[in-house]
Design a protein around this ligand. Structure first.
Ligand SMILES: Cc1cc2nc3c(=O)[nH]c(=O)nc-3n(C[C@H](O)[C@H](O)[C@H](O)COP(=O)(O)OP(=O)(O)OC[C@H]3O[C@@H](n4cnc5c(N)ncnc54)[C@H](O)[C@@H]3O)c2cc1C
Length: 383
């Protein structure tokens, strides 16, 4: 078997296992969790047992030791059934865990990675603040040195698992405003005095993925919890977001595939004017557009994953994949609701949820506008 055939074979096995897991353990609860905004911690532990919470982590740290192709396959399959769980998987794997794995020293990796990779602990990652989302360099949350510790004050918001996460990587200001070397990444465990959870957001979509504020009031954290060097936090975050963007692209792709598959099925079953609505060109052309966009999004994502696996610079392609797959997600989910007609506007069919969930993909981990800025900046470097 060639390497490519091996890879395709392995991915098929992983795809089947993620699909079976999602059908058995997620699908029966999707609407209940969505309506009550329940973050299913038990399910997260089960995902850990499956190896889905340490996908990119080497086996020596308790992970699955897989690459980005397998990772996007898992996120896509889970998001086909529930975007919220896909988002939680993405934040845990490629933000929190990957930040510690990429920039932690050996002691830090041994301390936190096995717990995260096995799902014993759930991870969070905090960059965004109430007044600084896209403009993260103006963050206000500060860490001030005090002996062997740092004292952290400020608020991080919109943090996935900000309340229930057992540990978070938090990027805070240790230097001057607007200095790209003025920010530092700390690992902070839940229960650390001075850290409390704030408001849990009541969201349009992704309602089973917890999003909450993290409030720091004279929170004392040992300098030993710094990842890499003081001042490296922002640069590290930009590198982490390259991988994060691939995972949000995969999230968008999964939502689009779920909405598309439901639409094909429905269009063959629903009859109007004495025939299935799939016979109408207006509907079949929509399906053709949806399928074409999904195929193109997947190719971009696979290219980004290939570069990432090879350790090559993937900033431009990852931003393109995130931007395109997210926009496709929204377009496909919107068309899906249209194909379902009035039924698509109800909670009796899955497409209204795909429609609500899809919008997060164009916002989280850098909005579509910010992706275009990143792409344009990379292009000007090339030309
Ligand atoms: C469900 C959810 C989960 C999240 N999880 C996390 C998490 O785990 N950790 C974390 O740190 N953050 C998280 N976020 C935050 C997310 O990354 C931010 O919402 C996102 O980066 C946008 O920031 P903002 O919301 O402050 O929007 P703003 O930055 O205020 O942007 C508002 C609008 O202005 C546009 N805009 C801003 N600047 C420019 C510019 N220079 N040029 C053109 N247009 C511009 C934006 O594209 C957008 O359309 C999450 C958000 C959500 C909704």
């Amino acid at each position: 078997m060639s390497t490519a055939t091996h890879l395709a074979h392995d991915i098929k096995i992983i795809e089947d296992s993620a699909r079976q897991f999602a059908q058995a353990h997620i699908l029966p609860h999707v609407m209940e969790w969505d309506e009550s905004q329940t973050f299913p911690m038990d399910l997260m532990h089960q995902l850990g047992e499956q190896g889905f919470l340490g996908v990119l982590v080497p086996e020596e740290y308790g992970g699955s030791g897989l690459g980005y192709q397998e990772y996007i396959t898992i996120i896509t399959e889970i998001a086909k059934v529930c975007g919220s769980i896909g988002l939680s998987l993405a934040a845990h794997n490629s933000l929190c865990t990957n930040h510690i794995l990429s920039f932690g020293n050996e002691e830090q990796k041994r301390k936190w990675i096995p717990k995260l990779a096995t799902g014993e602990w759930i991870g969070a990652w905090g960059l965004t603040e109430p007044n600084t989302g896209s403009d993260a360099m103006r963050m206000q949350c500060t860490a001030v040195k005090d002996g062997d510790d740092y004292i952290i004050n400020g608020t991080k918001c919109w943090i996935t698992h900000g309340k229930s996460g057992h540990v978070a990587v938090v990027i805070v200001r240790t230097g001057e405003l607007l200095d790209s070397h003025g920010m530092t990444a700390f690992v902070i465990e839940r229960g650390t005095p001075g850290l409390k959870a704030g408001k849990k957001e009541n969201k349009l979509g992704m309602r089973a993925s917890e999003t909450a504020e993290m409030i720091f009031e004279d929170c004392r954290v040992p300098a030993a919890n710094i990842l890499g060097k003081v001042g490296d936090g922002f640069i590290q975050s930009m590198k982490i977001l390259d991988g994060g963007r691939i995972s949000i692209g995969a999230l968008g792709l999964g939502i689009a595939k779920g909405a598309y598959e439901a639409s094909v099925k429905y269009s063959k079953e629903r009859h109007q004017f004495g025939q299935p609505i799939s016979n109408f060109q207006a509907i079949s052309f929509k399906l053709a557009d949806m399928a074409t966009k999904i195929e193109a999004a997947e190719h971009l994502l696979r290219k980004a994953a290939e570069l990432k696996n090879a350790g090559q610079n993937c900033t431009k392609i990852a931003a393109m994949a995130k931007y395109y797959a997210s926009e496709v997600s929204v377009q496909v989910a919107t068309d899906a609701v249209q194909i379902f007609g009035g039924y698509g506007y109800t909670k009796d069919f899955p497409v209204e949820k795909f429609y609500r969930d899809s919008k997060l993909c164009t916002i989280g981990e850098g909005t579509s506008e910010i992706q275009k800025m990143v792409i344009a900046r990379e292009l000007t470097k090339e030309l």
